[in-house]
Design a protein around this ligand. Structure first.
Ligand code: TK8
Length: 334
């Protein structure tokens, strides 16, 4: 009886790990860096990726996660990936523009009206094309995650009309389109890496910033920012990237593990982010933030001021890609 039970159990264990044995998978350690803290939507999705990689590789591939920019801000991690000193990261597409100019497409103000448009374009041929451009720069793009629609916060006053932004020292990402956009809107723009943002807000080095609700919440910006204006001025993706030097040394099976796990984490992350965002505004109000919507007339004025930025984006990403994006959006909107 005991013997039968033992063989049975051994058989079950074998069956469970058999797929991993059949695959060409070696022990691998993947250092995965990200900018937000562990409790954020980014941190939660990294955990899903981590678990999925372990599961799909039969425990052979291990992901060691480094949150809160402990491996450095986005731009520094990107260089570490290119050089092969770090294997993976997730970060803003906006900070990748210095490496791959086509990424600027996603910085176009008001490009997407809703998340369905964002998912369709990012996961479709246009998103693939932009992602593919990373390879010649030493990076492999796996999937896009949702950072989300960005909203404006500051410590000076409620921004209800364009003029309220005059003289506001506003932190923007290290990205020319964001710089131009907020200059056009009248703010004093200060480009800063994300890890420097909270201290800058706290000391008053800058008055405001813009990020999705989820980040305003998880990074505790409500502690140092009184006013939140619902602007939804742009949809920001995050992108999961791998060092190409590392990727090229992986077997097809190992690459598939990373790609499959990345897709799983993407689906989890988008849902989790949207669930959290839906509740975040109420929570931010409860934390004491004064929230205001922008009137349709003011939103229109803002869009108007930003249309000249579109021309800059179109010329830097190339007219073909710009047109293809507009055509795809028109198709979705029909
Ligand atoms: C996190 C950043 C962040 C972005 C920013 O590393 O810098 O404001 O929105 O999500 O990528």
């Amino acid at each position: 009886m005991k013997f039968i039970r033992r063989t049975l159990i051994a058989g079950l264990v074998l069956a469970a790990v058999a797929p991993a044995f059949a695959q060409d998978i070696k022990p691998r350690l993947i250092r995965f860096g990200y900018g937000l803290n562990e409790q954020s939507n980014q941190g939660r999705a990294v955990k899903v990726f981590q678990q999925e990689v372990e599961k799909l590789s039969g425990g052979k591939m291990k992901v060691r996660a480094f949150g809160a920019a402990s491996l450095g801000p986005d731009v520094q991690m990107q260089q570490a990936l290119i050089g092969g000193a770090q294997e993976m990261m997730v970060g803003s597409t906006a900070t990748l523009v210095g490496i791959t100019k086509e990424m600027a497409l996603w910085d176009t103000p008001f490009l997407f009206n809703n998340v369905k448009e964002a998912d369709t374009v990012l996961d479709g041929p246009v998103g693939e094309k932009v992602k593919g451009k990373l390879a010649e720069k030493g990076l492999v793009g796996l999937v896009y995650w949702e950072n989300g629609f960005r909203n404006l916060t500051n410590s000076k006053r409620s921004v209800t009309k364009l003029e309220d932004l005059n003289g506001v020292k506003l932190r923007v990402m290290q990205n020319a389109v964001f710089l131009d956009s907020f200059k056009a809107l009248g703010a004093n723009v200060v480009p800063l890496p994300f890890p420097e943002l909270f201290p800058a807000l706290e000391t008053g080095a800058v008055d405001g910033q813009e990020n999705p609700y989820n980040t305003i919440l998880s990074s505790k910006f409500y502690e140092v920012q009184k006013y939140l204006s619902v602007t939804n001025h742009v949809y920001s993706p995050w992108i999961v990237t791998v060092s190409k030097k590392f990727w090229d040394g992986l077997s097809k099976d190992e690459q598939k593990v990373l790609m499959d796990a990345a897709k799983k984490s993407r689906d989890f992350e988008r849902k989790d982010t949207r669930d959290e965002a839906a509740k975040a505004l109420a929570e931010l109000k409860q934390k004491g933030m004064v929230v205001n919507e922008l009137s349709p007339a003011e939103t229109a004025r803002m869009r108007d001021k930003l249309t000249r930025v579109n021309a800059t984006v179109a010329s830097s990403v190339g007219m073909d890609l710009w047109k293809e994006t507009q055509d795809e959006l028109a198709k979705i909107r029909k």
